[in-house]
Design a protein around this ligand. Structure first.
Ligand code: GTP
Ligand code: MG
Length: 403
């Protein structure tokens, strides 16, 4: 019996023991001398942590990025209600008729949608927001405090819609849109004091704040957009000409989210290029990934049609792409554009290039995104287009998109 009790106590102590397991850690102090420290096994050590240095930031996979990159959200906004007005009378010794002294309530807080260039997606936007309520009025003519507004940060290029109707197009950093107004504060009984009524007993409650259901839609702002069939080499091209590192693989629909790359010129001018998921024939009928991604190139000033020159008839690809773009928005394919003949390092592409030039009137720039061959011509041509765009902007007085 005693032996059984002993075994039971031993097993119980075994179950608790590993939690507090102790190990010897040897640290070097700043003079290089060793010193033993007895530490808890599970607790990380401050000294070791410092010596280890900061871990390298891991790149997110395209699938994970899909979770983080959200480009549309439905959000319910409810502004704060106004504070109630107070009903009270002045009370002081030997002052029988002190009169009404109930203060007004404070106004409810608005909800303001504000553009922040540090924010890159709508993933942090919750389903509903509620503004702060105004404070109620008090006796001794104390007014309630107005509530502060609630700010909802959104990325540059967010469009605010209600039932499909565009309410605001937030394209500049710091731009604000008051989405819902807070309710007005109620009136205290002092407000109702008049010659006819010297002792009003009336005070009004605060108004309810406005309520709205809005759709937020992100339309990426870039100067140029890469359009092409899957596997045409759009992401490879963006890697070759800019600092962006979108995933590249030999299977279609590698890219699932838009990526922005920045081309930096010597005079510190920067040009943003957007890589969007590949389009296929019938994308407007929701084939492939559909054309919902086209909203990201809707604002691009110029388009880069990327064609795979190793395919049998690249000019047909171009026709299909233009057709899909026009299905999304008539005339979209007619924006200033360049045709990028990619994969020119492969055999048989030179003949295709000659044939393509015979089919189209626009400028065709042959490149190889893999080897980086002739990408300079493309970068310089983009700059020409950009400068032309700046000039036209200066004439029309339109604000510039700067990265
Ligand atoms: N030989 C050669 N291969 C290329 C070139 N450009 C891209 N590729 C290859 O083509 C394949 C597809 O490239 P991606 O850049 O992922 O193509 P994508 O257009 O972004 O494809 P999606 O993201 O699926 O739309 C990869 O295996 C690349 O290595 C090129 O200039 N020459
Ligand atoms: Mg891609």
């Amino acid at each position: 019996m005693t032996a059984a009790v002993k075994v039971l106590t031993f097993t119980r102590s075994l179950t608790f023991w590993p939690v507090r397991a102790l190990i010897n850690v040897r640290h070097l102090d700043r003079y290089g001398r060793g010193r033993d420290i007895l530490r808890d096994f599970s607790v990380s050590c401050k000294v070791c942590g410092k010596q280890r240095g900061s871990p390298k930031k891991k790149e997110l996979s395209e699938k994970k990025l899909t979770r983080y990159f959200v480009d549309h959200r439905r959000v319910k906004l409810e502004a704060g209600s106004g504070g109630d007005g107070a009903c009270s009378f002045h009370s002081e010794p030997r002052k029988e008729w002190g009169g009404p002294d109930g203060g007004n309530g404070g106004n409810g807080g608005d909800i303001i949608i504000k553009v922040d260039r540090q924010v890159k997606s709508l993933s942090h936007v919750s389903a509903s927001y509620r503004g702060q309520n105004g404070e109620s009025g008090r006796s001794k003519n104390c007014y309630g405090r107005n509530a502060s507004p609630t700010y909802l940060s959104v990325p540059v290029g967010t469009v605010v819609k209600e039932l499909g109707r565009i309410l605001a197009d937030l394209a500049l950093h710091g731009q604000e849109y008051v989405a819902v107004h807070g309710g007005g504060g109620g009136k205290g009984n002092r407000f109702f004091l008049s010659n006819e009524n010297r002792a009003p007993m009336m005070a009004t409650p605060g108004e309810k704040g406005e309520e709205r259901v809005l759709q937020l839609e992100l339309r990426t702002m870039a100067h140029a957009g890469l359009v092409g069939f899957p596997n045409a080499g759009k992401s490879s091209l963006l890697r070759a000409i800019s600092n962006a590192k979108p995933a590249v693989a030999a299977y279609p629909f590698t890219t699932l989210n838009p990526h922005i790359g920045i081309i930096k010129y010597r005079d510190h001018e920067q040009l943003a290029v957007a890589d969007i998921p590949g389009l296929i024939r019938g994308a407007h009928l929701n084939r492939g990934l559909g054309i919902s991604f086209l909203r990201h190139i809707e604002r691009c000033r110029f388009l880069l049609f990327v064609l795979d020159m190793s395919s049998p008839s690249p000019w047909e690809q171009l026709q299909h792409l233009q057709y899909e773009l026009d299905q999304y928005e008539p005339g979209l394919s007619q924006r200033p554009r360049v045709i990028v003949a990619n994969k020119m390092d492969l055999t048989g592409t030179q003949e295709n290039l000659e044939a393509l030039r015979g089919h189209v009137s626009q400028r065709v720039i042959p490149v190889s995104a893999l080897t980086g061959n002739n990408t300079e011509e493309l970068i310089l041509h983009l700059r020409e287009l950009y400068d032309g765009h700046l000039e036209s902007n200066a004439e029309s007085g339109e604000k510039l998109l700067r990265w």
